[in-house]
Design a protein around this ligand. Structure first.
Ligand SMILES: Nc1nc2c(c(=O)[nH]1)N(C=O)[C@@H](CNc1ccc(C(=O)N[C@@H](CCC(=O)O)C(=O)O)cc1)CN2
Ligand SMILES: Nc1nc2c(ncn2[C@@H]2O[C@H](COP(=O)(O)OP(=O)(O)OP(=O)(O)O)[C@@H](O)[C@H]2O)c(=O)[nH]1
Ligand SMILES: [Mg+2]
Length: 436
């Protein structure tokens, strides 16, 4: 799989489809200023200093005015891509943007492929591969937790941590090599053990944040499950803060499942209210119950609700390691008590904060806000690989340990995009949108 050529001028609409106050068409590459000059009536962009904007009109090849606009000029290497680049900021009409793009293509630019601007930034050494992936994660971020994590990646927090580990392995390799060359003055076996164990611990710490990272990025499904009348729909409404689901005193009110988005401490969550679980001959209700149990099995977290004012039912089969037990209707006199249950009342709001916190803690685990969370599948794979080779290095005979250390180092470097194949690079950028 060949990567696209690096230098020719490329153009794309950078703002999302649809109407907006302003729309941006961007252009980058060798000759970008010449292409821009052909569609511009105003100050000649070729004579403009980088980092400046100017006002003018955009025209097509026949001289027809397409819009009045601002032009932003960047001079290599001081641009996002590291190349000469131009932004045309027009009125945000799809018709304008389409025509401006067309005019740039007629003036000699080629349509950019998805992620090609960021690809150029990477290939020009303006960011490493993990940073480029953070750009994508940032554009895709829909929650505060995801945005914060992506921004950290963009600021090279992960990259620096990987570089730190890689450096220690490089040093170790140099010592192992010296020992192979001059056995009398080489490494202490203990040094291999110590360094490898320490790097291994760091890799494992990063891997432990992967569930939290995945959930911050993609969100989590939260299933509300329990017997009819347990108060599932009421709790859903209480968590949402509006009346989404029908609530009645009649058991079996919710027949089909129902989804609603909510955010808990910056984590995007899809809450799923389900039909009350009980033995029943009604075929419609029975499919609702089957669905509820299936939804529970597939959820990231299950809230198992039991009415505290009634004798407890026999619990159904649930994935208990991913479940929180909730005692509902805490405003009524209790029929039973169990310290394992979080007590809430949807009617008074009692216990809801504690429940939100428990949901957050269970989903995010021990990953703390302050550290880097791994959310990228490619990074997770590379870390698993590194972990495997580090474990090998711990048990390998001393003269072979170097090979495993080298393999671990290669795996870590993949995260930064060092010596990765074009295939890997192409796969990363395929997920971008055009114009990024
Ligand atoms: N209009 C606009 N807004 C944008 C972007 C853009 O490309 N255009 N960005 C695109 O993702 C993000 C900002 N990222 C950017 C990163 C570097 C440079 C840049 O030109 N850097 C030069 C000059 C720095 C300076 O003048 O101080 C450099 O680093 O040398 C521009 C945007 C978000 N907002
Ligand atoms: N006192 C009190 N009553 C509640 C509370 N939560 C729910 N209820 C009542 O319990 C009954 C059942 O509530 P729902 O939320 O519909 O229960 P459900 O689990 O969704 O029931 P199904 O849809 O039938 O499975 C309703 O009459 C609610 O008003 C609570 O916190 N306190
Ligand atoms: Mg219900």
């Amino acid at each position: 799989m060949a990567l696209p050529s690096l230098n020719e001028p490329i153009a794309a609409i950078a703002t999302p489809p649809g109407k907006g106050a302003v729309g941006i068409v961007r252009l980058s590459g060798v000759g970008a200023l010449e292409v821009a000059a052909k569609v511009w009536r105003g100050k000649d962009p070729r004579k403009l200093e980088g980092g400046r904007f100017t006002y003018g009109t955009i025209v097509d090849a026949r001289g027809e005015v397409l819009d009045e606009a601002l032009m932003l000029v960047f001079r290599a290497p001081h641009s996002y891509t590291g190349q000469d680049a131009v932004e045309l900021q027009t009125h945000g009409s799809p018709a304008v943007l389409r025509q401006v793009l067309q005019a740039l293509l007629e003036a000699g630019a080629r349509l950019a492929q998805p992620g090609e601007f960021t690809l150029r930034a990477y290939l020009n050494g303006r960011m490493d591969l993990a940073q480029a992936e953070a750009v994508l994660a940032l554009v895709e971020s829909e929650s505060d937790a995801a945005r914060r994590q992506a921004l950290r990646g963009l600021a090279r927090s992960l990259s620096q941590q990987i570089e730190g580990m890689a450096e220690r392995l490089y040093d170790l390799l140099a010592h192992i090599q010296a020992w192979l060359d001059y056995p009398e003055e080489g490494v202490e076996p203990a040094e291999i053990q110590t360094t490898v164990s320490e790097v291994l611990a760091e890799v494992e710490r990063l891997l432990a944040t992967a569930p939290a990272g995945r959930i911050a990025h993609k969100g989590a499904r939260l299933a509300l499950v329990g017997a009819p009348n347990a108060g599932k729909s009421s709790l859903l409404n209480a968590l949402l803060g509006y009346e989404r689901a029908i609530v009645t005193p009649i058991p079996g009110t919710t027949r089909d499942y129902l989804e609603a988005p909510l955010e808990i401490a910056g984590v995007p969550i899809t809450a799923v209210d389900t039909a009350g679980v009980r033995q029943t001959d009604d075929p419609v209700e029975r499919s609702g119950v089957e669905r509820a149990l299936k939804i529970a099995q597939e959820a990231d977290l299950v809230l198992y609700l039991v009415d505290a004012a009634e004798p407890p039912p026999t619990p159904p089969d649930l994935p208990w390691e991913r479940a929180l037990k909730v005692a509902t209707k805490a405003d009524l006199p209790p029929a039973w008590e169990d310290a394992e249950f979080i007590r809430v009342s949807s009617q008074t709001g009692f216990g809801l904060e504690a429940l939100r916190k428990a949901i957050h803690d269970k989903l995010i685990g021990q990953a703390s806000e302050g550290e880097i969370w791994i959310s990228n599948e490619r990074h997770t794979q590379a870390l698993y690989e590194a972990r495997q080779h580090l474990l090998e290095a711990l048990t390998a005979p001393q003269d072979l340990a170097g090979l495993s250390v080298q393999a671990a180092l290669d795996a870590l470097n993949q995260i930064l995009g060092k010596d990765v194949s074009e295939e890997v690079i192409a796969r990363v950028f395929r997920n971008f949108c055009v114009g990024k």
